[in-house]
Structures are given as structure tokens and as C-alpha cells.
Design a protein around this ligand. Sequence first.
Ligand code: NAP
Length: 296
Amino acid sequence: MTDHVSTVAVLGPGGVGGLLAALLARAGHRVVCLASEDTAKTLRTDGIRVRSGQFGDFTAAVEADTELREPVDACLVTVKHTALDTALDRIAPAALGDGLLIPLLNGVDHPALLRARYGADRVAPAVIRVESTRTAPGVVQHGSPFTEIDLTGASAPRDRLDALARALTAAGVSTRVLADEAAALWAKLLFLAPLALMTTHYAEPIGEIRTRHRDELAALVAETAAVSAACGGPSDPAAALARYETFPAQAKSSMQRDAEAGRALELDAIGGALLRAAARHDIPVPIATRLVRALS
Ligand SMILES: NC(=O)c1ccc[n+]([C@@H]2O[C@H](COP(=O)([O-])OP(=O)(O)OC[C@H]3O[C@@H](n4cnc5c(N)ncnc54)[C@H](OP(=O)(O)O)[C@@H]3O)[C@@H](O)[C@H]2O)c1
């Protein structure tokens, strides 16, 4: 992909995908959003409207379709895990050509599913740090003062990842290319899984969790860190615990917000993946097991 004008598809233009699609389109790239018929129609008519403290309020014109019909330089996969299988029907492997598939989902199990379907060298998993919400089709409320992506993918061509990182960074998204995929994905899960499971189970914001439930949180982080270390991720529970302190007391996890709204939870992708990895490595995770069962 060139640094200035490339074609990027976005499967699932919601909180994450809508923001990235709008930023890339605003930066001059050709963006094709892949969505349901209704959402695609809205996007074609109204574009994507972003409200953001970091990027300002703006509307970006994008193309939209219900399936990928031409090769692209990169396709960002930004559906939730619960919708992944169905949504992938919109991307036939032959239509992707030699385009790179960049999943930005939370979790650690989806890269294997994508590689089985599209080929190992087509898939470069990424991690995004952002808080962005789709409030209506084509309408995105971006709340975090930062938007950061770590691209990974040992089997994807490095020069193409570097070009995509430059394009995203120029569009406003601080993007790095990291060599170690497992380390990047587990770093996110080590931070996210305890936070998501605890806030959702207790239906309390992070301030309550890190004070009233501190011992349980610390023990759950320690369990998760042991699994992370066994899977090639970071092993330091103190770093995750310290990061929770940086959040406002009223902050909620996205799993908690999904539960409050009655939406399907990414429980299997986050808690289920943690339990499966623990079982593979014979690591006891009693707190995670209890919380996942209670939320199931
Ligand atoms: N939001 C965040 O701040 C954030 C931060 C870090 C990581 N993540 C992760 O990023 C991933 C995406 O989360 P999100 O919050 O962006 O989700 P989201 O706002 O719910 O967006 C998902 C999008 O997928 C679309 N979709 C659902 N089924 C589809 C299908 N079959 N075909 C095409 N599109 C379909 C939805 O379309 P409609 O608009 O038509 O309903 C929606 O626009 C998750 O794994 C999440 O954990 C999110």
C-alpha cells in the first residue's frame, strides 16, 4: 500500500471501525465499509459522523457495500467477536486478493480462525487502545484522549505493515509495528480480562472494583498473568494493577456496558479464551472460572 492513497476496507464500521474509517477517509484514503444493507445505505448517504475531543467533530464520506467485491490493500476487521463468523461471509478469500486482514478485536483466539480461512500470511492481528462508541449507524462518539494501535504479524510482509502504520499515524492514530504477536495480544488481555470480568460481574465501575474488591482483583490479575506468561505474554501483575489506577473512578468496561444494554457479551473471546489457555497449560484459575461461569 502506498503511504498517501490506498484502499482500505472496514468490516464492521462501529465504535472502532467507524472511527478508523472516518480518519483514514479524512486523510485522503479510499475507504470501503462492509456492513449490513441498512447500515451501508446510511453510510453512503450520510457518511460517518465523528464527535471526538482528540480529533474534533467531522463528517467523512466513505463508500459502503454489503460485501467485498475488489482487492484492497488492507481490510480492518472491527466487528465484535460475537458477530465475527457471520460477518466474515462478506469477505470471500478470493475477493481479498493479496490484501492484508487486520483484526482489531479483543481476545487471542480469532487470529487462528482467520488464518485457517484466509491463509497465515494474509492476517496481521492488531491491538487498539481507544474508547469509541457507535451511538447509531454511522455515528461515532470517541471519548478517549488517545487512539493507539499496535500492529503485529510475524508472517505478514513487514514493509506492508510499516506502510499501513505510517498511513494510520498520518491519519492521527499512533501506530507501532511490534514483532511479537502473542506478547501484544496477551498484554491487552492481561489488562482487559480481569477488568471486564469484575466490573461486569459486580455491575460496579472500576473505582469500586479497585477499592472494595481489591484483593479479589489482585488475585484475578495474578491468575491471568500466570496464563499470559505461559502463552508468551507479559507476566507482571503489578503493571496491570497500576494501570487500573489511571482510570477515572466511574469508568466502565465495554463488557459491562454491553451487559447494561442487554447486548451479547464478548465473554467467550475474553473470559473463555483465558480459561482455555489456562487449561492448555495446566494453570489453576479458580476466580476466573467462577466469574465466567456466573456470567455465562
Ligand atoms: N469500542 C472500543 O472503544 C473498543 C476499544 C478496544 C477494543 N475494542 C474491540 O473492538 C471490537 C469492536 O468493538 P466495537 O466497540 O467497535 O463494536 P461495535 O461498536 O458494536 O461495532 C461493531 C460493528 O460491527 C457491525 N456488524 C455486526 N455484525 C455485522 C455483520 N454481520 N456484517 C457487517 N457488520 C456487522 C455493527 O454494525 P451495525 O452498525 O450495522 O450494527 C457495528 O457497526 C471488539 O472486539 C471490542 O472488544 C473496542
